[in-house]
Write a protein that binds this ligand. Structure first.
Ligand code: OGA
Ligand code: MN
Length: 292
């Protein structure tokens, strides 16, 4: 396999791999290390059955089954469909996934290692792809924090709430999202997460606090919490941490959900179809050992 770094804040492409084939241990280790180092990995020109795609994801950890997800591939509850397409006027996928900066699953006690998307249909206009996925590097964002902020937040946790992002998306004009039911909310109660955490692959500290889900810093007066969260969100927005993936059909994109935040760009119209398959890989393995 050939790993080409983008030379930017994040991102590498890995050529010469057919993800339909089982991955030998030595390749797996290389991919895992590359995920820690580059944060976003693109495997271009893949042709995968849904089962092969799920198997690739499962190699890295258990796959999540989303409580609010009625959109999945038939027979594969763990393979979610992200799409703006409709059939007989009805949506066939979640149409607005990830439109706002966030980290997947930070609202869950068990956090995610990675998200993997497989591009089936990519919208384009005038020969340029639309619907980029954007990222920011939270290893670098942590390192650059002033010592005074690091001291104030050392050992602190923040509350993350699934409903924050959901309700924000629902409030947008034209949203098709239904209000979360009491049962759905009960399945996703707010959780506390360390603001600084050790990345299981790199062993380095990352800033694990995203505007999509983090609602407050625990055990701090509300005003101080709000001021610090605003500081962290602004800090992590800096251009130097930024990377954007422009999609091509056949791309499998795997991103680190501990050391990055991301955002889906909604710059395409309802008649410009986008269709992605997705699996969410939970951090259920001993990655430090597997990457060593
Ligand atoms: C997600 C997500 C981004 C995209 O699936 O969690 O943020 O570009 N998707 O579809
Ligand atoms: Mn996401």
């Amino acid at each position: 396999m050939d790993i080409h770094s983008s030379g930017k804040a994040l991102g590498a492409s890995i050529e010469g791999m057919d993800l339909a084939q089982p991955i030998p241990d030595s390749d797996f280790k290389q991919i895992l290390r590359a995920l820690g180092e580059h944060g976003v990995l693109c495997f271009p020109k893949q042709r995968l059955e849904t089962e092969q795609f799920a198997r690739f994801g499962r190699r890295f950890g258990e796959l999540e089954i989303n409580v609010a997800n009625q959109f999945h591939e038939p027979g594969f509850p763990e393979v979610m469909v992200l799409s703006n397409m409709t059939e007989n006027g009805k949506p066939i996928g979640l149409g607005d996934a990830g439109q706002g900066w966030h980290t997947d699953m930070s609202y869950s006690k068990e956090i995610a290692l990675a998200n993997v998307l497989y591009a089936i249909k990519v919208p384009a206009r005038d020969g340029r792809p639309l619907g980029d996925t954007q990222f920011r590097n939270m290893h670098a964002a942590y390192e650059d924090l002033p010592d005074e902020i690091k001291r104030r937040l050392e050992g602190r946790t923040a509350t993350h709430d699934f409903a924050k992002f959901w309700d924000m998306m629902r409030a947008r004009p034209g949203s098709r999202r239904a209000a979360l039911t009491a049962e759905q909310r009960a399945k996703k109660p707010p959780v506390s997460q360390p603001i600084f955490r050790t990345h299981p692959i790199t062993g380095r500290t990352v800033l694990y606090c995203n505007p999509g889900y983090a609602t407050r810093i625990d055990g701090m007066p509300e005003a101080e919490s709000a001021e610090l969260l605003e500081y962290l969100f602004k800090h992590q927005q800096q251009r130097k941490y930024f990377y954007a993936h422009a999609w091509a059909e056949g791309d499998v994109l795997m991103w680190d959900n501990i050391g990055t935040v991301h955002n889906a760009v909604a710059d395409y119209l309802p008649d410009e179809p986008r269709y992605m398959r997705r699996v969410q890989v939970m951090a259920t393995k001993d990655y430090a050992r597997l990457a060593a």
